[in-house]
Design a protein around this ligand. Sequence first.
Ligand code: ZN
Length: 262
Amino acid sequence: MFGAIEAGGTKFVCAMGTGPEDVVLSAEIPTTTPEETMAGVATFFAGKKLKRVGIACFGPVDLAGGRIAKTTPKVAWRGFGIQAAVEQALRAKTVLDTDVNGAALGEYLWGAGQGVDPLLYVTVGTGIGGGGVVDGKLLHGLLHPEMGHVRVPRVDAAPGICFAHGDCLEGLASGPAIAARGSDYELAAEYLGMAMQIYTCVLSPRMVLLGGGVMKRPGMLGKVRAAAKRYMAGYAPMPEIRAPKFGQRAGTLGALALAVRG
Ligand SMILES: [Zn+2]
């Protein structure tokens, strides 16, 4: 049995299983302080024998140090050594990655991008994040991809709401950014289309899975596809851009995928 922890900004979701068909238990624990939240995690897994535990964590994450990065806007969690904390509490080996890299792996192993390589997974919700599988491995390097924070050419003059950059993609096209300027989804689709074209030029994915709350809006996926194609301007092919399979379960199954893959 493998353990899965989706460490999100508002809640932690814990589960166990070996794949999407046999997730046997799951619990939601509110994200408050690290001490309180980790106590909830420990209670959930108490007495369970786990081969490995995957942690799919909100970013940015210092993967080498097993810590949540000091630049996270979630002040109480800055620098928190989540990997060691889970290993101590659960007495199990862990695999730590970003929530979006986890989701990319889950979709690659079991979902809408099964065996497609390179595969990108991008989510547009309260933030924008992206992960990817390249040559069968999750994309890591200096840190991990931070696809939501690329800058895109401006077609309006709003300042944007990213706490670090103002008008990066997340600052312009995440859910709160769209809400901040009168729910202009057409404009958001333009910016997301630009980003898809940028990701395609840089990483040459064979497929992009585009999920998250904003993408659930009827017609949004088609608008982003059309904008991406327009910005590519026939120069190179655009990969298939489609919805991920796991939707709400992407994070939890991503964490499980990290554990199973090891
Ligand atoms: Zn930003």
